[in-house]
Design a protein. Structure first.
Ligand code: FES
Length: 101
């Protein structure tokens, strides 16, 4: 179990958990227009001061995460797509407008 600090709030994750999955379960909004294929970079967050793609980042140690404020994520592109091929829970929790459901 690893300690993950998200914008100052402490969460815990099993070894190997995808960071995007933890962020969604912790209530942090995110956009994943490429279906978590590591292409769009819309899921970029700061991990220990370094930019990382949350959909590609597996948690294997204690980390400190800073996410963009929600208004910065949603103001740029509007609608997101439904990602039926994505295995991550992030894409199963958004409707076609990118709103958490
Ligand atoms: S790079 Fe597109 S959702 Fe992560």
């Amino acid at each position: 179990m690893h300690k993950v600090t998200i914008n100052g709030k402490t969460e815990y994750a099993e070894n190997g958990t995808l960071l995007s999955d933890l962020l969604i379960s912790a209530g942090s909004p995110a956009e994943h227009p490429c279906g978590c294929k590591g292409i769009c970079r819309k899921c970029t967050v700061s991990v220990n001061g370094k930019d990382e793609l949350s959909c590609q980042y597996k948690i294997i140690s204690d980390i400190d995460v800073i996410t963009a404020p929600p208004e910065a994520i949603y103001s740029e592109t509007g609608a997101a797509e439904l990602h039926t091929s994505c295995e991550s829970i992030c894409c199963r929790t958004h409707d076609v407008y990118g709103i958490l459901i």
